[in-house]
Design a protein around this ligand. Sequence first.
Ligand code: ADP
Ligand code: 5GP
Length: 202
Amino acid sequence: MEKKDRGSIFIVSAPSGTGKTTLCKQIISAVDNIKPSVSFTTRLPRPGEIPDEDYCFVSEKEFRDMIHRGDFVEWAQVHGSLYGTSRRKLEELISVGYDVLLDIDTQGARQFRKFFNNAVYIFILPPSMKELKHRLEGRMSNSVEDMNRRLQAAVDEIREYKMYDYVIINDIIKTSLKKLEAIIIAERLRSNKIDPHWIENI
Ligand code: ADP
Ligand code: 5GP
C-alpha cells in the first residue's frame, strides 16, 4: 500500500544536554525502518561511544579533505569541533527506502533546508535552563568550561526554533518518545506516500 521508493529525512536539533541522543537512540529501536545518520566528527570519543556507530571519528586533516572533495551534505563547527553528514552514507540509506534520522545542530539544519525542503524538521527543547544545566552536569563528560560554553550556545540555538516544523519539550522522556513517534508515523501517512497502483486496484 505504501510506495517503497525513497525514505524520508527527519532532522532533529536541540541544545546540547537536552536529551536528543537519548531520544534518538530510543526511537530508532522503537520504530521500524528508520536508521540513524552516523556523522563524521573531529571531536574525541566520549567513554562508551563506539566508532562508526555513534560517530565516525576522524582527524581535522581527514575532515578538511572530505570538505574539499564535497563529501558532506552539510557540515559545521559546533562547540569547537567539526561535524558533518556524509552525502554518500545518507544516499545509501534513503535510496533503499529507509527513513533516516539526522541529529545535527541548527547551523547544519539551516544548510540542509536549502536543498531538502521536504525533510521534516524537529526541535527538542529542555523544560528549563536550570534543568538543562542539571542534565549537562549529570552527563559528567564535559569540563566546566565546556559546559558553560554549551549553556551559552543553548541561548542562541533556542532562538532558532521557528526554523523547525515541530517542537517537543523533553520533560518526561516517555512522553517525548510518543510525540516523536507520532511525527514519524504522521509523515508516513502523507497522501503522496501511498502507492497509486494500490489505489487503482483497491
Ligand atoms: P544531548 O544528546 O541532547 O546532548 P543526552 O541524550 O546526552 O543529551 O542527555 C543528557 C543527559 O540528560 C543524559 O544524562 C540523559 O540521561 C539525561 N536525560 C535525557 N532526557 C532526559 C529527560 N527527559 N529527563 C531527565 N533526564 C534526561
Ligand atoms: P555532541 O558532541 O554532544 O555529540 O554533539 C554536539 C552537537 O553537534 C549536537 O548539537 C549535534 O546535534 C551536533 N552534530 C552532530 N553531528 C552533526 C553533523 O553531522 N552536522 C552538524 N551540523 N551538527 C552535528
